[in-house]
Design a protein around this ligand. Structure first.
Ligand code: 5CA
Ligand code: ZN
Length: 409
């Protein structure tokens, strides 16, 4: 699958900083030490509806990770998937009487447009679940042959007991895991499973649903967690730097994925840091496609809202906090964008070095984007009240805001 075009990332004077970030698995901040090529896997969308502000906020967080690494002159090897076959997508297609492949293609195309408009840097590899199937089947066969998977009425399940580190990403108790598993695509109530939490690796073909050749597994389609593991291992290998997603992916998705990978390779851990973004809500509830309480990026763009203001709204919230989308947060961002644009549209101004360093410092400190915005606010306020004589300073600030925050002034 193709990704979307990259906006240019201006080079900045001075030195980038190494990223310290919160890792769900250890429950604390870790300073990442990637080699010259940093490796990151970010879980992509299930394309049955348009990109909403929750998705955008999560992708914004991982875009910042990329930008901090690029600023340290590293290359970034970024992989993202598209869950282009799964229950919610098939259910929506049936509900709306449309072809599921057409729905997936249409929503993926819209996602690319939204990401481009928001200046999110594209992944190097953008891989659909369907195109990953030939790589998924042998992994499931290997797990089964190693005794880490078993068959139940034609379906193949992963045995969570196969991974001694199971539970090490989310650290949840069994009752909570069971509850979340039922809410998030699992089937803990199904009789005959070895452990109620065991997730499906390969689902035997169902009447009226698409299916693919599964070798010795029989025709069927892949489970959700093995999809991301197959794509991540294929393009990044074990021990990559960050696996990212929203906090609703910590369990079961990232927990199960880590277990699949660890059982497959005998290595630990799959990712050096598991990074999770907070949930964006609307009217007191998590924004979600299934609840339908959504503010879409594409809708705001159609209404003529500057994508830079949408991006500033996301940046005004710390990525780990849960927050509410309101008209006010967007209005605040629009006003900030006006102030910043006015401040950089002069030939000279207050010195820019300090503000560049403050943005760098804030982002390197667990992606503290609100602190980064405040640093630019202070510079813009100074420009407005007393100005300055540094020729070219506005250009430097403008390039820093672009390179580190993805906002074009
Ligand atoms: N395809 C899978 C991941 S492999 C999936 O979860 N797709 S999704 O479309 O449901 O979500 C895409 C990303 O957006 C995930 O990282 C998810 O955690 C995040 N996300 C979904 N809803 C919200 C929300 N309300 N706030 C913040 N992030 C969200
Ligand atoms: Zn995923």
């Amino acid at each position: 699958m193709h990704a979307w075009p990259a906006s240019e990332v201006p080079a900045l004077p001075g030195q980038g900083r190494d990223l310290r970030i919160h890792d769900t698995a250890t429950g604390g901040l870790v300073t990442l030490d990637p080699g010259p090529v940093a490796r990151i896997y970010v879980c992509g969308i299930t394309p049955y509806d348009a990109t909403h502000m929750g998705h955008a906020a999560t992708y914004n967080a991982f875009d910042l990770v990329q930008r901090v690494w690029l600023d340290t002159k590293r290359q970034v090897h970024y992989v993202q998937n598209v869950t282009d076959v799964d229950d919610p997508l098939l259910e929506r297609a049936v509900r709306d009487g449309v072809d599921w492949t057409a729905l997936a293609e249409q929503e993926t195309a819209l996602f690319r447009e939204d990401m481009t408009a928001l200046r999110m840097l594209p992944p190097r590899h953008y891989i659909g679940a369907v195109e990953a199937i030939p790589g998924i089947v042998p992994l499931v066969e290997r797990l089964r042959d190693a005794g880490a998977a078993y068959e139940l009425e034609g379906d193949t399940y992963f045995s969570v007991e196969a991974d001694p580190h199971f539970g090490g990403v989310s650290h949840l108790d069994a009752a909570t895991m069971r509850l979340l598993s039922a809410e998030r695509g699992g089937d803990p109530e199904r009789p005959g499973k070895k452990n109620p939490l065991d997730p499906m690796l390969w689902m035997a073909a169902r009447e009226g649903e698409p299916s693919w050749d599964g070798g010795t597994l029989g025709r069927g389609r892949p489970g959700w967690h093995i999809e991301c593991v197959a794509i991540a291992l294929d393009h990044l290998g074990m021990g990559f730097d960050v696996q990212g997603g929203g906090s609703d992916l910590a369990f079961p998705h990232h927990e199960m994925g880590a277990s699949h990978a660890q059982a497959l390779t005998g290595e630990f851990p799959m990712a050096k840091a598991y990074v999770h973004a907070g949930m964006v809500g609307l009217d007191g509830e998590k924004m979600s496609k299934s609840k339908g309480n959504l503010v879409f990026v594409s809708q705001l763009r159609r209404e003529g809202v500057d994508p830079a203001a949408i991006r500033l709204t996301l940046l005004a919230h710390h990525y780990r906090s849960d927050w509410e989308w309101t008209d006010q947060v967007l209005q605040d961002a629009l006003a900030r964008l006006d102030r910043w644009r006015a401040a950089v549209s002069r030939p000279d101004g207050p010195p820019a070095e300090a503000v560049v360093e403050q943005i760098r410092e804030a982002l390197a400190d667990d992606l503290d984007s609100p602190a980064a915005l405040e640093a630019v606010d202070r510079w813009a306020a100074l420009q407005q009240t007393s100005g300055g004589t540094d020729t070219g300073a506005p250009g430097v600030v403008s390039r820093a805001v672009d390179a580190l925050l993805g906002v074009a002034l």
